[in-house]
Design a protein around this ligand. Structure first.
Ligand code: PEP
Ligand code: MG
Length: 585
């Protein structure tokens, strides 16, 4: 038995069999073969091509069933590669003439093929490189007999273990079969952690060595509250954690605030408690946990994992679906926040040294007006069918906001001309997640109907701590007085300009900070759906006047540790017996 320590990313206990997702790194050995081995190597090539073909056609059928025939068509390019006579002949010639093993010959030919395509002045063919790489990996896996499992293997309930899970992978996992997530990299606000919390899947990230210590098939326990993973536990430890898991489930059930009750303090201050969503699976949770609408809809997930960009119609359908499900409450649709750690298959963007500081979110959209306009038109059209607001991410200066609004107005003009309906007075919000935006919030407020503070990024940018890097996770402190002072000043600027201000960073869903944010005067808190009942109950148990005085004092303290200690002491006095249940679990 071994115990690994990581970052507690999503609370609860998950226990079961591990499924390790391999890192797609191949080392292709070069081996000399004798004349007699040639036919065996060619046979191995044929076998690998046939098996890969079988695998792809099965996948194609499944996708056609689940998502429709159009989506299944993307695999046709893969199948064509497997049948390309010129390519196959080239591999066979290499095996025969150079007397090398099939894996090596295959890889050399594929590289040649890709290089040639990349040199062509033809966008369509260049884009096929992604398909060729994908299919080649499948063939190589067969040839190398690499035990690389993929997400399709998740046919029963298992603990998913990975070096990292890309947002695309996380989105496409059959979540009902995920008992828990374990990852080598990442922090509390990395994408896997956020989705795990929304779906109440226990998760531990930033373990660094998980994939070295866990094999597929191992029995593991994931304690997402403590941030621990136990590999091959003894029977006694397994039973102890079973009890802990039952206790956790019971504690969660103890938070039974009726859904219709609003988050109103004892001295009658009301604050909106809404939810963040990423995936369609989360939609029923809005109602289940009693959230008052959607404070952040991360639309990137409509785009991720698709070979082709979703067009205006496809997006429109997705947004209307959300708007209708959440009505009569509202949904704040954030325009795509691509870049950072979320990338599209198309267009492919060059790798950057510091992607979080690079071509991301509004910067990407302003540079790709066609993509941006298709999304804005879809959002505007959806605004005719529900309470839809639009919000721009990662604004760092006034010009970006002005430019984005100009494009929004252009889309409105087009829709008017085309006779398509939309809400003429749709609310436009600005995310405050870059320190420069926080510092010029007074100017941005004059151009916005509302603000939503994105602390996941505001913390990383103001404290210079990569939010997904486990090595510096100890410095990622929501309670840092620098962060609190930025938040306080944004709230003041918003209110002085008569606009409301919310928060959609993960911090809003942590009870201790929710109390502080109430005191700082926020009008809305948006969080993973399962956090809603607890935050509502907490707010209903306190007085705004107390929260205000405590927040004023907390902001003047010198360290995050002092802030947390002070908040805990004060809240313990206020909540008494309910403190552990509402704040600490
Ligand atoms: C944030 O930065 O706080 C936020 C809500 O946006 P995301 O986590 O999607 O970057
Ligand atoms: Mg952000």
């Amino acid at each position: 038995m071994i115990k690994l320590k990581g970052i507690a990313a999503s609370s609860g206990v998950g226990m079961g069999t591990a499924l390790c997702l391999g890192r797609e790194e191949f080392t292709v050995p070069k081996e000399k073969i004798s004349h007699e081995d040639i036919s065996r190597e060619i046979y191995r090539l044929e076998e690998a091509l046939i098996e890969t073909r079988r695998q792809i056609t099965t996948l194609q059928k499944k996708i056609a069933q689940d998502l429709g025939f159009d989506h299944a068509k993307i695999f046709e390019a893969h199948l064509l590669v497997l049948e390309d006579r010129v390519l196959i002949e080239d591999i066979i010639q290499q095996i025969k003439n150079k007397k090398v093993n099939v894996e090596y010959a295959f890889w050399q030919s594929i590289k040649k093929y890709i290089d040639a395509l990349l040199k062509l002045d033809d966008d369509y063919l260049r884009e096929r490189v992604v398909d060729i790489e994908d299919v080649s990996r499948r063939v190589l896996r067969k040839l190398l007999k690499k035990d690389v499992t993929n997400l399709g293997d998740l046919k029963e309930k298992m603990v998913v273990v990975a070096h990292d899970l890309s947002p695309t992978q996380t989105a496409s996992l059959p979540k009902e079969n995920v008992l828990a997530f374990v990852a080598d990299v990442g922090g509390r606000t990395s994408h896997t952690a956020i989705i795990a919390r929304s779906l109440r899947i226990p998760a531990v990230v930033g373990l660094e060595v998980a994939t070295r210590n866990i094999k597929s098939g191992d029995r593991v326990i994931v304690d997402g509250s403590e941030g621990a993973v136990i590999v091959q536990p003894t029977e006694k430890v397994f039973k102890d954690y079973q009890r802990k898991s039952e206790r956790f489930v019971k504690e969660m059930k103890a938070i039974t605030i009726p859904k219709i009750l609003k988050a109103k303090t004892q001295d009658k201050r009301k604050i909106i408690v809404s939810a963040n969503i990423e995936l369609p699976e989360e939609l029923p949770l809005i109602e289940e946990y009693g959230a008052e609408g959607i404070g952040l809809y991360r639309t990137e997930y409509v785009f991720l994992g698709k070979r082709q960009l979703p067009d205006e119609e496809e997006q429109y359908r997705a947004y209307v679906n959300v708007a209708k499900k959440v009505a009569p409450s509202s949904v704040i649709i954030r325009t795509i926040d691509i870049g950072g750690d979320k990338f599209l298959s198309q267009p492919q963007v060059p790798k950057e040294m510091s992607p979080f500081l690079g071509w991301r979110a509004i910067r990407f959209c302003l540079a790709q007006p066609d993509i941006f306009k298709a999304q804005l038109r879809a959002i505007l059209r959806a605004s005719a069918e529900g309470e839809v607001k639009v919000m721009f991410p990662m604004i760092s200066g006034l010009e970006e906001l002005t430019e984005a609004k100009k494009i929004l107005e252009e889309c409105k003009r087009e829709l008017r001309r085309e006779g398509k309906k939309f809400n003429e007075s749709i609310s436009v919000g600005t995310m405050i997640e870059v320190p420069s935006a926080a510092l010029i919030a007074d100017a941005l407020a004059k151009e916005s109907h509302f603000f939503s503070i994105g602390t996941n990024d505001l913390i990383q940018y103001s404290l210079a701590v990569d939010r997904a890097n486990e090595k510096v996770a100890y410095l990622y402190e929501p309670g840092h007085p620098a962060v609190l002072r930025l938040i306080a000043s944004v709230v003041k600027d918003a209110h002085n300009n008569n606009i409301w201000v919310g928060m959609c960073g993960e911090m809003a869903g942590e009870s201790l900070f929710a109390f502080l944010l109430l005191g700082l005067g926020l009008d809305e808190l948006s969080m993973p759906p399962p956090s809603v009942p607890r935050v509502k109950e907490l707010i209903r148990s306190v007085k705004y006047e107390d929260a205000k005085l405590i927040a004023e004092k907390a902001v003047r303290l010198s360290t995050a540790k002092d802030v947390e200690r002070y908040l805990q002491d004060e809240l313990r006095k206020i909540l008494k017996d309910n403190f552990e249940r509402l704040v600490m679990t």
